[in-house]
Write a protein of this length. Sequence first.
Length: 277
Amino acid sequence: MNAHIPVNQPPAHQRARGILNITASRHPKDITRLKDLHQQASYRAIFPRNTGSSVEAVIINTAGGVTGGDKFSTSITAYENAAISITTQAAERIYRSADEKSGIIKTTLYAKSSAQLYWLPQETILFDGARLERRLDVTLHPKAKFLMVEPLVFGRIASGETLTTGLLDDLISIQIDGQQSYLDRIKLEGQISKMLNRAALGNKARAMATIILIDLHAKSLLKSVQALLPSNGGASLLTDTILVVRILSSDGFQMRSALVPILNLLTNNAIPKNWRL
């Protein structure tokens, strides 16, 4: 006799996990080399180009994207005098959450004395119903150089895929010499499309990006950056060493077209190759 046991709970959704830790150090003869690499589950890194002066790492998410309940963690350290540039293989896709759980992405970056760290991921694309909680924590030595970009795309208009509702909770925190130097949080929840239509928020934009440069020469680059900005972008100095750029665009293509010349300028034409494709 077979017993039938009623199942009252819905099946559990499979959740993706990923951990990636990378450190780079400066060796004799002024060569930056990979020091430590730990990769686990769905996160991987490849290293297509090592010029000797800098290590370039490309992050790959083998899960194919992020959805509700997924958790990803990245830690990057550039030790004294080392240089490392981090990008992603492709745009990160944040898919509809099947429940009220959010996808979690946590990134911690460290740059020691006279180190150079570029955090240059490609676009994050949010699909309708996506829920994303993301945190970026940066800790810098006062003599370190740091450049980052965070491009966000709301839906894929060219493919007829629009984002109406969802959650975006995005925090960027930067500390220099133990002091809070930059803190920014974007939280959009519910009718995101209607929020972005407001003139004071997005003015109907469907893509936005933030660039932050922390460098002793940031002030001298301000006018050159402003000359490259589109009409819906702005650049300003928080201090003589902190340059912040904001760009709003109608779609991801327009935003990328605006970002590439600025990143070329700020990296001295050392932008990762996949940004040029």
